[in-house]
Design a protein around this ligand. Sequence first.
Ligand code: HEC
Length: 206
Amino acid sequence: MNYIKPVTLSALALIASFSVYADDMQAKVQAYIKSGFHKGKNQDPKRLEQDETLKVCSETRGKVSGEQAKAIVEREKATIKYPANGILMGNWQKGKKAFTDGFAMRIGRYEPDAPDKVRGGNCYACHAADPKELAAGNLGTNLRGYGKIRGNTWDTVKYTYDKIYNAQSVIPCSNMPRLGHNGVLSPEQIADIVSFLVDPASPVNK
Ligand code: HEC
């Protein structure tokens, strides 16, 4: 029976070295990603740093516990800002542009953007919406007929605004970028996009 002790001890040592190894690997991966970005004027590497939510999602590979999920939703909900006039439906024509424009925070882009540069959400990269637009990705849900299916009630409008502002306030570790929270879209642009999705006059609902 004497051999049990050393075996148990070395198993414990192995487990401990694995967790040190995992931390070390994580640091190496972060450093490697950082090295892929050009250093230079106006380059902003801050967005490579993971916040609390992204850290938890990476560490668990998106399989968060019930408690972690609750903490993420609470934290992310608290970040949501609404337009100054409090109106969450804007102009669908403007929303169509903000939905389509691909000028979001692309990897490798120099920041800050010129002040007159309007960013878009590049939503077609992941979602179908206007049936006339055929170049659409399918990582996200198909949004064709969104307002026709959901109705344009306050609940739908509020849900849609919150989802676009901060996708993780609805689904923890969502693959959808937090477009308002990360400053890609302004609250007004998000309200315009809500209209593009919900307004019965929008091509999305034709
Ligand atoms: C990188 C891919 C990606 C991009 C870009 C993206 N989304 Fe999403 N979106 C998703 C995924 C994936 C879901 C499914 C649920 C989830 O994981 O949150 C989703 C869900 C949604 C939903 C909820 C749909 C439902 O059936 O309840 C809405 C609304 C939405 N996205 C709107 C947008 C808008 C508007 C934009 C652009 C401003 C956008 N998304 C950009 C990936 C994306």
